[in-house]
Design a protein around this ligand. Sequence first.
Ligand code: FES
Length: 166
Amino acid sequence: MASHGIEGDEAVAASSAKVTGFRPRIVAFCCHYCAYTAADLAGAARLEYSPSVEIVRVPCTGKADVIHILEAFAAGADGVFVAGCLDGDCHFINGNLRAKPRVALAKKLIAEAGLEPERLEMFQLSAAEGDRFRQIADEMTRRIEKLGPSPAAKGRAKRTDTGASK
Ligand code: FES
């Protein structure tokens, strides 16, 4: 799992909580070969990105099925993103191409369930793009902060600024 700078985590979490009073939980399904490596690179470079993002490493975005996305929301995520390789770079040839319609379908399903489809997104990046991963993590965090807590996550344990459950 990508490491975050501890000091950076605390600063981002503190400013986020101060502004909105809400620290979202965002699950990121990251393919091992590109997005996860980019996240790891961001950590190694000590780039500060949102501590709201919880990375789930998958071998390929082709392994992130609709049910996994829906389960993440059901388990309390306020937002979810799937991040994989650029077109033509998938190590399993076309896993990322298969993931796109799945994410689109999951968007429709969460909308039918009463959630904003913007809570879910797919991104593509190369393994060398640590800074882009940081931007994605921060962009999704800002987006979810604006939307507020997921209606599907009501009743979950409340998190403190440090991420600990109450
Ligand atoms: Fe990265 Fe398939 S290996 S999306």
